[in-house]
Design a protein around this ligand. Structure first.
Ligand code: OGA
Ligand code: NI
Length: 359
């Protein structure tokens, strides 16, 4: 598949539109996709259901506590594809520092940020759209995207030099999250009834990247979304949300459940590659982001992925006569290409992989 080298239209920074009384047409979603017209959102968010919260400190406890914690992770990943992790071992001082560094970056003068303007060739750098479809309706958010792993593709030329603390804190934060993802892979492997190295082998040499999302305020938030419904394409995602401002919604059946931020929590969610590797036992679940008229929102999404070139398919151990393989084999590199052409689009990418099995 051809990778586009340039954006199909001139890029407009959403941040420059934050004071627009009437938002430009290209951010206005069709009525059925607007945030307050979907079933479930009329209900006060979080009143009836909320995302499971798992205290990962239990993994460092005695045998019974460890078992119960592993079960809680496994149940959440089967039922919700998502959980909020507390006591995850990443220091609150570090999460505060990395948030602050990136907030400062987005508050730099525009000319400073434009030096990092990205292109669809790699997406690395400062961006304002996902997908390269001409005429697409866009989301209300800017972002900064960086590769962290493997080391061989980490390119500091693409990293901001300001604020001065950004590189060091981002690296320190990334290292902590790589460790946390290693632990979660082991828990997910054991609770599938496999040995703890099962997903490590399935992933091969891991890749990791960071997308810092900056959602400016929006004076007509009922007409648009910060990020359209999508499932994350990679292995798993660790999301550090804004400590004050809500916005993330997770699909549960026909409802969108608004996630209530918990100070210092990290949100863990399953990506499409783990859904494929586990033949759908763990699910990647759709989520989206709402914006609001009062204030900006910042989130850091850390994507932890399998080796780009390793074929990903339902693991032989999980395929039985009663649960045949549901997905076609594909490398993550090929999968990413499809995703990058189209941009966020529900679970359509992983569904295509399912359909392709029968081609
Ligand atoms: C993402 C994502 C949610 C958020 O970056 O993939 O789902 O709250 N972000 O910004
Ligand atoms: Ni996401």
């Amino acid at each position: 598949m051809e990778v586009a080298q340039e954006w199909p239209e001139p890029i407009v920074r959403v941040q420059s539109l934050a004071d627009a009384e009437a938002i430009p047409k290209r951010y206005i979603k069709p009525p059925s996709e607007r945030p307050n017209l979907n079933p479930g959102t009329a209900m006060a968010a979080g009143e009836t259901e909320c995302l499971p919260v798992v205290d990962l400190g239990g993994l460092r406890g005695g045998a019974a506590e460890r078992q119960a914690t592993m079960r809680a992770v496994s149940d959440a990943c089967r039922e919700w594809g998502f959980f909020q992790a507390v006591n995850h071992g990443v220091s609150p001082a570090l999460t505060a520092a990395v948030r602050e560094a990136w907030r400062q970056f987005f508050h730099l003068p525009m000319a400073e940020k434009q030096a990092y303007a990205n292109s669809p060739a790699t997406f690395e750098g400062y961006g304002s759209r996902l997908g390269v479809k001409k005429g697409a309706i866009l989301d209300w958010g800017d972002y900064f995207f960086l590769q962290l792993l493997p080391q061989s593709i980490k390119n500091y030329d693409k990293w901001p030099t300001l604020p001065a603390s950004l590189r060091e804190t981002t690296n320190a934060y990334g290292e902590e999250l790589v460790k946390l993802c290693g632990v979660i892979k082991e828990v997910l492997s054991l609770t599938l009834g496999m040995d703890e190295g099962f997903l490590h082998r399935g992933f091969g040499e891991p890749g990791a990247c960071l997308r810092v999302n900056y959602y400016p305020r929006c004076l007509q938030p009922e007409l648009t979304l910060g990020l359209s419904p999508h499932s994350d394409p990679g292995g798993m995602t660790i999301l550090l949300t804004d400590e004050h401002v809500k916005g993330l919604q997770v699909r549960k059946g026909d409802d969108w459940i608004t996630v209530q931020p918990i100070p210092d929590a990290l949100i863990v969610n399953i990506g499409d590659q783990i859904q494929v590797l586990t033949n759908e036992i763990y699910k990647s679940v759709e989520h989206r982001v709402m914006v609001n008229a009062a204030t900006e929102r910042l989130s850091l999404a850390f994507f932890y992925n399998p080796d780009d070139d390793l074929p990903i398919e339902p693991a032989a151990e999980l395929v039985t006569p009663t649960s045949p393989p549901v997905y076609k084999t594909m490398t993550f590199k090929e999968y990413k290409m499809c995703m990058r052409m189209v941009g966020p689009c529900g679970k359509s990418h992983v569904d295509l992989l399912k359909a392709a099995l029968h081609d």
